[in-house]
Design a binder for this molecule. Structure first.
Ligand SMILES: [Zn+2]
Length: 98
């Protein structure tokens, strides 16, 4: 079993096994982030993962998921949303079955 050393914000150095870590890749570039529950304080920690860390974690066999980064919401989309809220029947739009 591979032991992975990392740090918890509250506890400092902690040791984890590969099954304790969840790697998240955004599909943008090769960097990502990884998430783990600290074995000492049980706090959820999220750490950025450089491309090097990503390749090391993948090589040790950690679970990973790909979360595609959505483009940011534009001003125009917000304006459209707000103007739709001004209509009296917006609730019907939400509940309408098309
Ligand atoms: Zn901790």
């Amino acid at each position: 079993m591979t032991t992975i050393r990392t740090t918890c914000e509250g506890c400092g150095d902690v040791e984890l096994s590969t099954s304790d870590i969840a790697l998240e890749l955004t599909g943008v570039g090769e960097a990502g982030s990884y998430r783990f529950v600290c074995p000492t304080c049980s706090g959820v920690q999220i750490r950025p993962a450089t491309p090097r860390v990503v390749s090391i974690l993948l090589a040790t066999g950690v679970n990973y998921e790909i979360t595609l980064a959505a483009p940011p919401i534009t001003e125009a989309e917000v304006d459209t949303f707000v103007s739709l809220l001004d209509e009296d029947d917006w609730m019907n739009h939400l509940t309408a079955k098309s």
